[in-house]
Unconditional design. Sequence first.
Length: 560
Amino acid sequence: MSHAAGTLDFREIERLAEIGAEGRYTQNSLRDLERRLSKPKLEEARLTFDCTLKSPVCRYVVASHPQDVLLPHVLFHVLHRDYPDEFADKITGAPGEIERFWKEQEGSRLLRGHPLTTRPRWQQTTVPLAVHGDGTPVSGLGKGWSKMMDGYSFVSLLGQGATRDLMMLLFAGMQALMTKNSSRQLWRILAWSFEALSRGVFPVTDAFGQPFPVGTKDYIRAGKPLAGGYAGVVWCVEGDLDYFAKNLWLNHWSSAHPCPWCPCNKMEGDGMCWSEFREGRAEWQGECWSNPEWLEANTDRHPLLSLPGVGIENCFPDLMHTKHGGCDKYNYASVIHILCFEIMPDDPATNLDVIWAECVQYCKTRGIRNRYRAMKPSLVWKVRAPHANYPKMRGKMAEIRNIGEPLLHVWNTRSDRANLKHQQIAFMLRCSVKIESMLRDNRHCYRYPPDLADEFLQTTERYLQLTSSLARQYADSGRQLFDVTTKHHILWHCAKSAELLNPCRSWCYMGEDNMQHLRKLAASSLAGTKPACVGAKVLRKWLRGFTLRFLPRSGWFGAS
């Protein structure tokens, strides 16, 4: 069948050569290829519905347009029915993994009164799911006129493998066309599908409460098991702060009450102020919302957060955005700034080269991966005005995450150990490195045990307290270092949530990787396509690609 096996399928080669009228009309290549490929069985999960969208020309004009969405309960069903091996790899995980997850969740607040506990054998058949959402630029990258696309997907917390094999796309649509009413219409359908998935049976009515027409496929299988007794429950909602605010209608990070997880405020000097981290003064730490309290106080909430057993505690703050892309960016840049401008003898650019050489050598010696490939002043401070703003590192979050340990080594070598501020900076860096060490050493856990969760929270509290103290000390001397932002506050909630779910399971690294794939799909779907139709084209391409990754070559053409 293949050249590697010593044979060639000339008929397959001929089929491919015929694409685009044998290459004469390349613009028809995708159309011709799709006609020759077998129709994905996962196409059964596609649902077209009427959605109110804004006009791409005038935002005040709205009209109804057909939009496509993939139903998670049907995806779940088709994978179990037609691709059992893929269902095991992507959904249920290794044998006994479901039971291990729920065993570690014993005593969790999220299980109290949850409807899933009333199902028979729920600890052996209920798969915990994470729902991720985000936006990504699909045209004009880096420009002020860039166009954004929203993408929603879900993944099993038990699956193992590459991102594009695990994350299942549900919807893609141009952000500029969506309204709150559009979101409500979309998520009403998705929430209906997720609720059916949580029960493990096909729904008996449609998303709007209407019975299915007699004789249709939905009517025939209504109330029947989805996947041989298996079910899936939304356990984790992932996203960055912008996604939580704009798409899930939670508190905006720049509002008077910037935190969705507690009733903190912006009143300086008040114990409920979000920037108060000092021990014994941060009153907001004892006022965190529980699911029942939050649900009672928020009656007009997002449909996803209206699912049975889902509330604000299921919305997990993201360690990637709050620490690696937030606190660490400012803290590490400030440390480098102090080294280059205060401690080391040469000019800042030369000092930075020395620091970088020492960091690279340390990474090579210790085998640290995903490090910065290069370091220059413009990646840390503004070259023309290095003291005008808070220093902030630029780069990938995984790279920033791994620079803490080599930077601590350089600081210990270069700093004045008799200087109180330098001691505090060293302690702050040690706390950051310890947090990363705890994350790395406990990635196998689904939930931190009580002792480990307490230690993780205490280490994070010390990290935030030292950062806040250093920021105040340098501000009193007229210097802008160690900027404290709302992400510092959210980081505390991220550490607190470790008692519910391992932060490595709820962070957005996989989701961000998936958005990179979505960006490529969307960019290839823009040409010649109306904005309201781009999402449907993206879903169609994703279905093809996702299915072909686990189909044998013999099933690519003809019947699958």
